[in-house]
Design a protein around this ligand. Structure first.
Ligand code: HEC
Ligand code: HEC
Length: 350
């Protein structure tokens, strides 16, 4: 019976095709599983629960040197500069009071204070201090073309006004700008020109071998940051309603995408040495992994866009963690943002 044979043939071929499809899906699934194991950055092994590193944790100090930079004492300011330097300090500590959305002098910044990042008015070791500002500015930047290739302190301060405070910088000749510059130059005036002060700037957290993971960061944030910076990242205003008791980490009033803090290494280094409040470089409260994952989470939340003259950058000389392409090295924007950074740095050294 011809028909019966044809039906049999048809059934066999369908079974055959199904078997092949089944086998292929099994292989595909296995391959997926294997890559997931190799590059597991999800932290989901425990049913999605973030596991504390064995609590309570005593992380080692980040620096045990006894000769870290300390700011030049304000009592040594010459009488003629006293008022200026003191006003400069006040502007850095309480920027919003003078220049915030309800500022008494002008309304040109987002409500944050310089001191929210430059802790203790820029004098705290590994708290983004101004120890090397007088000694190392003006700086030359191979990253920038033309006029921007030499950056003096006025340009650097302006850049924090425009990016970190997502606002407008006071003009160069203004009393405010001159006072800020006088203060920064004074506190770091005890460091030899050309020398980097010990403990100045931001701590460099060792690279992870994996990409930093926003999902993991989110779970850590919920445990260790949310009480002050809140679930929506907006922080909390102080009683005067003019400045922040707990500054925002994302959203309309936070630093913009061109700010230093938007680079993962800077954020990770800042929080490793200073957050949650109470931590310091002497007694850090976050592991390296937590610091990177928090950076990935916070810097993947919405914030004001960057305003940058893109064409002024040499693409072959971007920072390893500059998250905006184009790049000359072939790594993706995603890898430049979250890592792993080791391969990027190794390639840039070739
Ligand atoms: C959101 C955080 C943040 C705020 C707010 C902020 N800055 Fe910065 N600032 C940074 C970061 C990050 C750097 C880069 C530090 C580094 O790379 O070591 C920086 C660098 C600087 C430097 C260069 C320091 C050096 O020696 O290299 C100066 C000067 C400076 N800021 C001044 C200011 C002033 C003045 C304000 C307020 C008008 C301000 N910043 C507000 C984050 C901030
Ligand atoms: C107990 C309250 C508290 C907790 C908890 C806390 N912070 Fe903060 N944070 C602050 C305060 C206060 C400042 C501003 C410091 C100053 O002005 O001296 C700050 C500043 C910051 C800044 C720089 C300023 C800005 O708004 O961009 C970052 C980044 C930051 N915190 C991240 C974190 C992260 C991440 C965590 C969780 C690990 C955390 N903080 C936990 C109180 C807290």
């Amino acid at each position: 019976m011809k028909l019966q044979r044809q039906v049999k043939l048809l059934i066999w071929s369908i079974t055959g095709i199904l078997a092949v499809v089944l086998l292929m899906s099994v292989f595909w699934f296995l391959a997926q599983e294997m890559t997931r194991e190799d590059f597991d950055t999800s932290g989901q092994e425990n049913g999605g629960q973030y596991q504390d590193s064995v609590a309570p944790v005593d992380f080692p100090p980040l620096d045990t040197a006894t000769d870290l930079w300390t700011a030049q004492d304000l009592s040594r300011v010459s009488p003629s500069d006293k008022e200026k330097v003191e006003y400069g300090k006040a502007l850095i500590a309480n920027t919003a009071t003078y220049l915030g959305p309800k500022g008494s002098v002008a309304q040109i910044t987002n409500g944050m204070n310089c001191q929210n990042c430059h802790l203790q008015a820029g004098t705290q070791p590994y708290g983004v201090n101004f120890g090397s500002s007088w000694s190392l500015y003006p700086k030359s930047h191979s990253q920038q073309k033309g006029d921007e290739s030499t950056e003096d302190l006025y340009m650097r301060v302006s850049s924090c006004f425009e990016r970190s405070l997502n606002g407008i910088a006071p003009s160069k000749g203004s009393k405010e700008m001159q006072s800020i510059l006088a203060y920064i130059n004074f506190v770091g005036g005890n460091v030899a020109k050309g020398k980097k002060a010990k403990g100045s700037g931001i701590y460099e957290v060792p690279f992870l071998s994996r990409a930093a993971d926003p999902n993991r960061g989110k779970l850590i944030y919920a445990k260790k940051c949310v009480s002050c910076h809140l679930e929506n990242g907006a922080g909390q205003l102080a009683a005067d309603g003019k400045s922040y008791q707990y500054p925002p980490l994302w959203g309309d009033h936070s630093y913009n995408e061109a700010a230093g803090m938007y680079r993962l290494s800077k954020f990770a280094g800042y929080v490793k040495a200073n957050m949650p409040q109470g931590a310091s470089f002497r007694s850090p409260l976050l592991s390296d992994e937590e610091s990177w994952d928090l950076a990935a989470f916070v810097n993947s939340q919405p914030r004001p866009a960057r305003k940058l003259n893109k064409s002024s950058l040499h693409i072959s000389k971007k920072y390893f963690d500059d998250p905006f392409g184009p790049f000359a090295d072939g790594f993706s924007e995603k890898q430049h943002k979250y890592g792993p950074f080791k391969p990027i740095q190794e390639k840039s050294k070739l």
